[in-house]
Design a binder for this molecule. Structure first.
Ligand code: GLU
Length: 432
């Protein structure tokens, strides 16, 4: 079983979508189920509606999953497992106040050493624990030995016991911390491989340690994906518009192209343009680069253009507000100068909109409009042009410039001869 475990705390980040895509591909390759676990235990950071938004994005990207689990529904299991650890003396009550811990952290900072919990409460006598009315957290006891994580991308990474530390598993309000809930849930769901962002690498030994102390026998494999960098070589953050999947979709990037791009970066695929079903055939986690991938919007645009070119004309026309193969073919021509559906709409809409003709061509435009309105239907542009030229008595730039404005709403663009074949049946709507 694989899992995608998003937190409903904001717009979906492209890094998260990449994680979802990789999980989906591997689940298909291995013929294992993929579940979605909404990690909603951090109530302060949750944003209402973000869970549904994430699920909608997965549907849009054709990422199939077998069920959705809300982590908050597993709280009773988290409590039961914590109780078992306390009972086995593998976890203990910690009465250190936040202020006290904060002071110790400050001190460690002053001394320029990494803060570690000093295990002050680890060996409190039982009677002191029972008699204590102060709020307390539950901490797990730190491991005795080095913990080694085997990772598809990072190979072997070892962690010292002090780096795992005796960390908190239940907060004072007895809600589970992220690492505890995550480790228990992965165990309950019988997860075989965890694919996620490398910002979680340091959590892996903690989660392994929790399961070891719970005597869970199965070893979970990991693949921690390198971060995605922006133009300036920094981690793509909320400040980068392109980090939001929602933004990319609104800008007119197709889900298939975004997936293609996210599978391509930091990878060695056999070809540049592909769809998910092809990727399932050759995708190999071992080929993912250890170093961060760099996000390049121009490359994404290039890929998007190729995906748009591959659409059936009628489907392409839908992206510009029509359901007509001829308009799809027209849009295809405009793909020479547009790379997103938004850019394409900005080219096609003016063709059908009321045109603003520049002053200098007002007079000649009026004549051309009248002539076109009275003209018969012409199959070929050459015949149409010849007729309108003759009847209007206009020629040169006094003919061609206003004609282009009238037909396309723009001063420049593709060859009129090339687009006339798709416009000829709409002249009544275009020339108003
Ligand atoms: N909820 C975590 C996140 O959105 C992912 C945790 C995990 O995959 O283990 O970053």
């Amino acid at each position: 079983m694989l899992r995608f475990a998003p937190s409903p705390t904001g717009d979906m980040h492209i890094g998260n979508l990449r994680v979802a895509i990789f999980n989906y591909i591997i689940s298909k390759q291995r013929d294992e189920e993929l579940i979605v676990r909404i990690e909603d235990t951090d109530k302060e950071r949750n944003i209402a509606g973000k869970d549904q938004e994430i699920l909608d994005i997965l549907t849009l990207f054709n990422i199939e999953y077998s069920q959705v689990v809300y982590q908050s529904q597993n709280i009773r299991f988290h409590s039961a497992m914590a109780l078992q650890l306390v009972h086995d003396k593998k976890a203990f009550s910690c009465f250190c106040s936040s202020e006290w811990l904060e002071k110790k952290k400050e001190k460690a900072k002053e001394q320029k050493i990494a803060y570690r919990y000093d295990d002050a409460c680890r060996n409190l006598p039982d009677e002191l624990v029972i008699d204590n009315n102060n709020p307390f957290t539950i901490r797990i006891t730190k491991p005795d030995d080095i913990i080694t994580i085997i990772d598809y991308i990072k190979s072997e990474v070892s962690f010292e016991p002090k780096d795992v530390d005796s960390f908190i598993i239940l907060r004072q309000d007895k809600t589970p911390t992220y690492n505890f809930a995550c480790a228990v849930d992965d165990m309950l769901s019988d997860i075989s491989l965890v694919i996620r962002g490398e910002d979680h690498m340091s959590n892996a030994p903690k989660q392994d340690h929790i399961r070891n102390l719970l005597k869970y026998g199965k070893k979970i494999d990991y693949a921690h994906l390198p971060i995605i960098l922006n133009d300036s070589g920094k981690k793509m953050s909320k400040r980068d518009d392109a980090s939001s999947v929602k933004w990319l979709l609104e800008e007119g990037y197709l889900p298939s192209a975004i997936s293609n791009y996210l599978i391509l970066i930091g990878n060695r695929p056999p070809k540049e343009i592909f769809d998910m079903s092809e990727a399932i055939k050759w995708f190999d986690l071992d080929k993912i680069s250890k170093s961060p991938a760099r996000f390049d919007i121009n490359m994404l645009k290039h890929i998007n253009k190729e995906h748009l070119k591959n659409l059936e004309p009628k489907e392409l026309s839908r992206y510009v507000g029509f359901a007509d193969a001829e308009i799809g073919k027209l849009a295809h021509v405009y793909l020479e100068e547009a790379g997103t559906t938004k850019e394409l709409r900005n080219k096609i809409e003016p063709i059908f909109a009321k045109k603003k003709i520049p002053e200098e061509f007002l007079e000649s435009s009026k004549i051309i409009i009248q002539t076109i309105k009275e003209a018969p239907y012409f199959e070929e542009y050459a015949d149409f042009k010849k007729y309108i030229m003759e009847k209007s008595g206009l020629k040169g730039k006094n003919f061609f410039k206003p004609l282009r404005y009238l037909l396309t709403g723009s001063e420049n663009g593709p060859n009129i001869a090339e687009i006339y074949k798709y416009l000829k049946n709409y002249l009544g709507e275009i020339i108003k």
